[in-house]
Design a protein around this ligand. Structure first.
Ligand code: NAD
Length: 259
């Protein structure tokens, strides 16, 4: 068993390695998951205290649930919306946005629907699972700002009375083709691919780290708990994303100021 100071020392060693790879790489891509946003006060799905504790996700966040358990479906999304609207980007989001502005980060692929990368100032973000900014009528395709969910228990389209679906990808739906295509393109270009705060249990998002390895990129995983793909990675850091990214930024800034 490592003592705290031995553990901290090894962690800072690992972050030094990550910083070196970051500066040596010419194309860096990150894939973020729910763990990226827990430091903003948003629950993830699969941690012991995560959102799914006590819920069967397929009964509440699936396309079938929208039709069969309509009231519960909207209640769940109203609850999520109320948490999201209060959430602010954390230090980790800010570091990634800053690295992107300095052209030291080439692509952000996210499984998150919370828009916190954008709120932190990131430019283009590839959203694999959609977003909670808009809702769309399942019958006529009319789009509405997401706040329409708060108007009634069961909000309906003002044009045709169809059900409104938040623009998130629900269980049972396929992922947006354009986002997948972009994510694949960026992954294939990567020299360094860093997963941040994802259990990597959800596919097809968990296909990208393996694709990155196949094209010869270095794979790094930053996650509080072990993931299914730790044994595929060149470097694994089990720590809080915000802490690791803050330290990474410090080392990169020092490296740049010396050049
Ligand atoms: P997940 O819940 O399966 O895994 C999250 C992982 O992050 C866990 O392994 C946990 O140990 C780790 N983690 C938690 N806090 C962390 C921190 N501060 N630093 C580093 N690691 C931390 O989430 P996932 O892999 O993203 O899985 C899938 C689904 O979760 C996606 O479909 C996504 O849409 C959805 N989701 C999104 C949000 C959001 O938008 N913020 C929130 C919950 C779930």
């Amino acid at each position: 068993m490592l003592s705290k100071s031995e553990g901290d020392f090894m962690q800072s060693d690992s972050i030094n390695v990550l910083a070196k790879w970051w500066l040596d790489s010419s194309y860096r891509v990150v894939l973020t998951g729910a763990g990226m946003s827990t430091e903003s006060g948003l629950l993830d799905f699969r941690s012991p205290q995560g959102l799914w504790k006590g819920y069967d996700p397929k009964k509440i966040a699936s396309i079938q649930a929208l039709y069969a358990n309509t009231k519960e479906f909207y209640e769940f999304y109203r609850k999520r919306l109320s948490c999201l609207s209060k959430a602010q980007p954390n230090k980790g989001h800010l570091v990634l946005a800053e690295l992107q502005k300095k052209r030291l980060l080439n692509a952000i692929i996210t499984q998150n629907i919370d828009s916190l990368h954008q709120k932190a100032g990131a430019g283009r973000v590839i959203e694999l699972h959609g977003n909670l900014r808009e809702a769309k009528c399942l019958s006529c395709g009319q789009k509405y700002p997401i706040e329409i969910l708060e108007e009634k228990d069961i909000p309906l389209c003002k044009e045709c009375n169809g059900y409104l679906k938040p623009e998130v990808i629900l269980f049972g739906e396929s992922l947006p083709h354009e986002a997948l295509r972009h994510a694949e393109m960026e992954t294939k270009r990567s020299h360094l691919f860093v997963v941040i705060g994802s259990s990597l249990e959800v596919s097809p998002a968990n296909y990208f780290p393996l694709l990155a390895r196949d094209v010869g990129a270095k794979l790094v995983i930053i996650n509080m708990e072990p993931t299914l793909m730790d044994n595929q990675a060149d470097l694994v850091i089990h720590a809080k994303a915000g802490k690791v990214l803050r330290k990474l930024q410090e080392i990169i800034d020092q490296g740049n100021s010396r050049n």
